[in-house]
Design a protein around this ligand. Structure first.
Ligand SMILES: Cc1cc2nc3c(=O)[nH]c(=O)nc-3n(C[C@H](O)[C@H](O)[C@H](O)COP(=O)(O)O)c2cc1C
Length: 386
């Protein structure tokens, strides 16, 4: 693979805090809140008002990409994740987008089918996947941790129906007030399962050579683009990422071919997880992708957030040709992250990883902004002085 240097002109003028255009949106800055599953929806997937509060708190992001949301019943991954295939889901999401818009924010919705990452105790259905290859570890379900089940291999008719589910979900997302959707082809969920050799052992037109393994993602993206327009669609990929026991095998072959096929369809953006500007594949994909590239830097998974909240890593990626920078945990723990990064103020660390996927306000809507902290300090001083 050739390491294509990024032409200097593309990186010259970019700064994190300057505006950018994305599809139909004018973004006030180049910071994107990465999609993060928080399991705060109702059991049937209907978004709850607390989700509107959480996202509105983070409306300072240039763009919010709302958490993975299932386009169908069988696509559900974990308990209390949101859905977007019934009227009640659309209504619940509409209240969320209205809260965010009222706070001045902009929002896309991530569409995710879990594939083998799902469980009958969560969805009531046997999970489906490219091939009957089970996830090796136990799965979180409403009744606790349960052994994963062997997924059922999707028929070609089911594949076509699933493509349609994504298109319908995208229409629903627009009806719910989102500016667009992000197709989740990353992190070991259904679309990624089709891309990888270990999870896709099919011998039909959807398995085998790379041209076949990318077919499902390409068909989903094309259908979603046809449904709502290319400028309202993004695609998330995670080259080489082993989340959810993914083993792609031929990463270096998959992504150049996938990205070339997506470029022909022309969605508004490509979003790369764990983007590393020193990696030849990242540079190759940047050079090959003609549209907006959102890069999600490597901040050190499992450890504390960098003291600068990811600003240096973000700037390195901008200099390497990324257009927008997605940050996950820094936004989770800092409702006013953009203000903190702009002013160089310290960032809150994630308080308790145990609260990421539990219900309720704790560890969700109760992270302080700087002005909350200032007010608390002032109250402390007043109390101390009294
Ligand atoms: C609590 C949590 C939930 C996540 N859920 C999703 C998700 O729904 N969809 C997705 O594509 N990535 C998800 N991710 C991954 C993030 O989008 C992001 O790629 C990852 O956290 C790395 O970025 P960071 O180091 O800035 O946190 C999640 C991460 C966290 C911490």
């Amino acid at each position: 693979m050739t390491a294509n240097p990024i032409p200097a002109a593309t990186s010259a003028a970019r700064d994190l805090f300057e505006p950018a255009r994305l599809g139909p949106l004018d973004l006030p800055n180049r910071l994107v809140m990465a999609p993060m599953t928080r399991n705060r929806a109702a059991a049937d997937g209907t978004p709850l008002p607390i989700m509107g509060e959480y996202y509105a708190q983070r409306a300072g992001a240039g763009l919010i990409i709302a958490e993975a949301t299932t386009p169908s019943e069988v696509g559900a991954t974990y308990p209390n994740i949101p859905a977007i295939y019934r009227d009640a889901h659309v209504k619940g999401w509409r209240a969320v987008t209205e809260s965010v818009h009222a706070a001045g924010g902009r929002m896309f919705l991530q569409l995710q089918h879990g594939g083998r990452i799902g469980h009958p105790e969560t969805s009531g259905l046997q999970p489906v996947a490219p091939s009957p290859v089970p996830y090796p570890d136990p799965m979180h379900t409403p009744s606790g941790s349960r052994p994963s089940v062997v997924p059922r291999e999707m028929t070609v008719d089911e594949i076509r129906a699933t493509v349609e589910d994504f298109a319908n979900a995208a229409r629903n997302a627009i009806a719910a007030g989102f500016a667009g959707v992000e197709v989740h082809s990353a992190n070991g969920y259904l679309l990624h399962q089709f891309l990888g050799q270990d999870t896709n052992r099919r011998t039909d037109a959807y398995g085998g050579p790379v041209a076949n393994r990318i077919r499902f993602t390409v068909e989903v993206v094309r259908a979603v683009v046809d449904a709502i327009g290319a400028e309202r669609v993004g695609v998330r990929i995670a080259p080489g990422v082993t989340a959810n026991a993914m083993a792609e095998g031929d990463t270096e072959a998959i992504y150049p071919e996938l990205v070339a096929a997506l470029a022909e369809i022309g969605p508004a953006y490509l979003h790369v997880v764990f983007a590393d500007p020193d990696q030849a594949l990242f540079r190759e994909l940047r050079a090959a992708w003609p549209g907006t590239l959102i890069a999600n830097p490597v901040l050190g998974w499992g450890g504390p957030l960098p003291e600068d909240g990811g600003k240096a890593a973000a700037r390195r990626l901008l200099a390497a040709g990324a257009d927008l920078i997605a940050l996950g945990r820094p936004f989770l723990a800092n409702p006013d992250l953009v203000h903190r990064l702009r002013t160089g103020a310290p960032v809150n660390q994630v308080r308790d990883y145990g609260l990421m996927y539990t219900g309720g306000a704790e560890g969700y809507t109760d992270y302080p902004t700087l002005s909350d902290s200032d007010a608390a300090d002032r109250a402390g001083l007043t109390a101390a002085g009294a």
